[in-house]
Structures are given as structure tokens and as C-alpha cells.
Design a protein around this ligand. Structure first.
Ligand SMILES: O=C(O)Cc1cc(O)ccc1O
Ligand SMILES: [Fe+2]
Length: 455
């Protein structure tokens, strides 16, 4: 990409690795990057005077004293300190973006639910990253920094001289249609379907539409940050590999125009007005940053002889809850893979789960639900609610010849949380909920024959 293509005259650092233009590879690395030569101080964080008249500022994503392996912070060298990027706050209404706790007396969340895709907005609809967010479920409590929310975004318009940050959450963005550009304080991330991005808590950004309208899913994580899962006996490779995560190189704009900053804080939205762009970080170093990941680089590991493993085998990222092995959120990917298990029922088994499962379809057909779970659609199998393959999937898989078979053209995911998920008014009353969803199990026959000797 040439500098001319960058938005609003942004100036970007040159990438050190040719194949990753604009990005630096690695998960959780300590990166350093500068968009102007020698803007980044060497050997210390706080020089008496920074080059180019920049201000030094730290952005802490974990408590100062978090253990070394979890400690995340970034040092920014910016045109103005962030105290100039906010002012007096006034509350604004963002009616469709909801936050936990949001338990509604007239909405039933107990159950199994499925939705058709929320229709793509028309070109005449004016929806930005902020106004186009539609919350589907919330779980936990933002005030104690536990739980999550799931959202659908519908975006038709770029934010213009408008910026946003969430003090409540880190956002995991899963595009399903259209292409977006996240111009963040730390650099630019371009995002399209089959990729995901993580935007950390507190990071200021603007979202532009590169190809619209855009639709996708968001998991808003109120808790501890997403991390790579431990691989255990799998060893040092496969699943999501650290080098496939990409963090943007520094990019800044020196733009003096009336601008609006919207902040999400404890579930409420406020705006503040400033006279310049807050995307003014010329250089930075640290490990608290936005990043993206190409889901096509996910290397699934599964059963190679018999049975169906727990879906945790497909975890891309996990956000710990403090209780070992019991995630605040797991982000799980069901993608193309070979099915080879012998004498086994290959699709997901019937089950009830203490964790609650919000699924979305990015493209293709999901093996447990050959019909009705469409790309762009979602389902929710809430805490301890039974679910599993529909009748067609059950009959098909029970009677199939078990040769090696490729599940092709398929990409669905799950936001799995230890907390029950509560439907929003939008999910229950406005979104295209399939009222007849639970009938997918109606036709499952009683096949039992208790006659001794009959198998
Ligand atoms: O319910 C689902 O479809 C998700 C899921 C997939 C799987 O392979 C095993 C368990 C599970 O919950
Ligand atoms: Fe499940």
C-alpha cells in the first residue's frame, strides 16, 4: 500500500517484513514501531524531552503489578497527551448497544434460539460502527469486569471526524460481509470475512467502510483479555499459531478539525468534543495493541481414529475467568476439516452444557444443522439447555458410510461463556428469530427396542 492510499493523510511506518506490509507478526510480542525516524526513544520510556516535541504516555491494559506473563502496556509517543482527547462528557443514547446486567422481565432467555441473518441495511440507512451495533445477548456484569456481550454490527457509513473507545471491554470482531478499516491509535487494521480483529479496552479508533454495507459479529469481553489457549500434549504447534497474529505498524494523523469522541463506560455512552484527531501516536512500543488474525491459518486438530472430541479442541482464543479451565469466553472455530473417525457418530453429540453457547455462521453449512443455520445467522444454546444435531443430521450421520470425508466450505464459530446469556429486546422482538427452531428435534424417532438380544 502506498502512502497516498492512507485515510485522511495518515502517515504510517514502513513495515520491516515485506510479506506483512503494514503489520508486525506475533501474538503478545513486545513490538516497537515509528512512523517518523527516531520518534521512538531508545533505552528509556520517559526522556526529559521526546524527539519532535512528542508527549510520552503509557496505556496500561493490565494492573501495573500483573504477573509478567500477563502484564500488558504500551508506551505511546504522541502529538498531544490523551488529556487533550477528552473534555466534558455528555450522555448520549445508543439504544441498540446494551451492556450486562440487562435482564429484562418480559424477555425469556431460557431456551434454545436461532435467528436468520439480520437483514443487510439498505444504502440509505445511516449506520456507523456505533449506531449500527445490535446487541443480541449479555452475560455477567460490566461493573465487576466479568462476562460478555454478543452483537451483530451493520455498518453503511464511515465515522467522519468521529472516534470511539470502550473502557468496558475488549472487542473481538468477526466480519461476515463487507470490509472495514480500523484506524486505531496504534495503526491501521483492514479487516474482511475469514479474518478477526481484537480491539483492546481503552484504545481509541475510527471505523471506515472499505466495502459496504458490512455485517458481522462482535464479542465484547468485559473480563480478562483473550489469550492463546495452552496446547497441552498437542505441543508447540497447530491450532492458532502465534506468528499468524498481526499487529499494525504505527500510523498517525495531524488533523486539526472539530471532532467527536464517543466513550462507552460502565454501559453508558458519552460524547466529548475536541479540535483535532486523537489518532496522533507517531511511535510506540509495547505489548498492548490491536491485532488481526486470518482464520484460514487456523490448523484444526481432531479425532483421527474414533469419537468426537469436545469443541474446546477448536479454541482459537480464550479469555480466562480466574477459575482455571473455566473461561469467561472461549472463541471456538468450526472450519474446513477432514472427518475420518471410524465406527463413530461424527457430528456433535447431544448434550447439555454449563457454559452457554452463542454460535454464528460465517459461511457454508454447519454439520449439526444442515438446514436453517444460514451464513449471517446465529443460534443460542443457553446454560444447561439440551441441544444437538437436527433430525436430518442425526439420520444422515447414523447411516453414512464412514469413509474419509472433507467438510468443505464451512466456517462457523462459537462464543462460549461460563455465564448464562440474556437476550436483549432486539434479539427477542426485532431480530428475525426462528419461532419454530426447537421443532428441528421433533422428528427424532424413538428407536428403542428393549427386547433382550435386539441391538
Ligand atoms: O452445540 C454445538 O453445535 C457446538 C458444539 C460442537 C461440537 O463439535 C461439540 C459440542 C458442541 O457444543
Ligand atoms: Fe453445544
Amino acid at each position: 500500500m502506498t502512502i497516498q492510499e492512507l485515510p485522511q493523510g495518515m502517515i504510517r511506518a514502513t513495515s520491516t517484513t515485506g510479506t506483512h506490509e503494514g503489520y508486525m507478526p506475533g501474538f503478545g510480542n513486545d513490538f516497537e514501531t515509528e512512523a517518523l525516524l527516531d520518534a521512538l526513544p531508545q533505552g528509556q520510556n520517559s526522556p526529559q524531552k521526546c524527539n519532535y516535541g512528542l508527549y510520552a504516555e503509557q496505556l496500561s491494559g493490565t494492573a501495573f503489578t500483573a504477573p509478567r506473563g500477563q502484564n500488558e502496556r504500551t508506551w505511546c509517543y504522541r502529538i498531544r497527551p490523551s488529556v487533550h482527547h477528552t473534555g466534558r462528557f455528555s450522555a448520549i443514547d445508543v439504544p441498540y448497544w446494551k451492556t450486562a446486567p440487562n435482564v429484562l422481565p418480559d424477555v425469556t432467555s431460557l431456551g434454545q434460539y436461532r435467528w436468520d441473518p439480520v437483514p443487510m441495511p439498505g444504502a440509505d440507512e445511516d449506520l456507523t460502527w456505533i449506531t449500527g451495533m445490535r446487541t443480541i445477548t449479555t452475560a455477567g456484569d460490566v461493573n465487576t469486569q466479568v462476562g460478555m456481550a454478543s452483537h451483530i454490527y451493520l455498518v453503511t457509513r464511515s465515522m467522519q471526524d468521529e472516534y470511539f473507545f470502550s473502557a468496558d471491554s475488549e472487542l473481538l470482531v468477526v466480519p461476515q460481509e463487507g470490509r472495514l478499516r480500523f484506524c486505531t491509535e496504534l495503526g491501521i487494521i483492514d479487516l474482511e470475512p475469514k479474518e478477526i480483529a481484537i480491539i483492546p479496552r481503552g484504545m481509541v479508533y475510527r471505523v471506515e467502510v472499505l466495502e459496504g454495507p458490512a455485517r458481522g459479529f462482535v464479542c465484547e469481553n468485559y473480563g480478562q483479555k483473550f489469550d492463546l489457549p495452552g496446547r497441552g500434549p498437542i505441543g508447540a504447534n497447530c491450532l492458532a499459531n502465534p506468528r499468524d497474529f498481526k499487529c499494525p505498524v504505527a500510523a498517525f494523523e495531524d488533523r486539526e478539525v472539530p471532532s467527536r469522541v464517543v466513550i462507552k463506560w460502565c454501559g453508558q455512552f458519552h460524547e466529548t468534543h475536541i479540535g483535532h484527531s486523537p489518532l496522533d501516536v507517531v511511535a510506540w512500543h509495547g505489548n498492548y495493541c490491536a491485532y488481526k488474525y486470518d482464520l484460514r491459518t487456523y490448523s484444526p486438530v481432531g479425532a483421527i481414529l474414533f469419537d468426537h472430541p469436545d469443541p474446546s479442541i477448536f479454541t482459537v482464543l480464550t479469555a480466562p475467568s480466574g477459575q482455571e479451565g473455566t473461561a469467561n469466553i472461549d472463541f471456538v472455530l468450526f472450519r474446513e476439516r477432514w472427518m475420518v473417525a471410524e465406527h463413530s457418530f461424527r457430528p456433535p453429540w447431544y448434550h447439555k452444557n454449563i457454559m452457554s453457547e452463542l454460535m454464528g455462521n460465517i459461511y457454508g453449512i454447519y454439520d449439526a444443522k444442515p438446514q436453517g443455520f444460514a451464513p449471517g445467522g446465529m443460534s443460542l444454546h443457553n446454560c444447561m439447555l439440551p441441544h444437538g444435531p437436527d433430525r436430518d443430521a442425526f439420520e444422515g450421520a447414523s447411516n453414512a458410510e464412514l469413509k474419509a470425508e472433507k467438510l468443505d466450505n464451512t466456517m462457523s464459530f462459537m462464543f462460549e461463556t461460563r455465564f448464562p446469556q440474556h437476550l436483549t429486546e432486539f434479539a427477542a422482538k426485532e431480530a428475525p428469530m426462528q419461532q419454530e427452531y426447537i421443532e428441528v428435534w421433533d422428528q427424532l424417532e424413538k428407536k428403542f427396542d428393549g427386547t433382550p438380544g435386539v441391538k
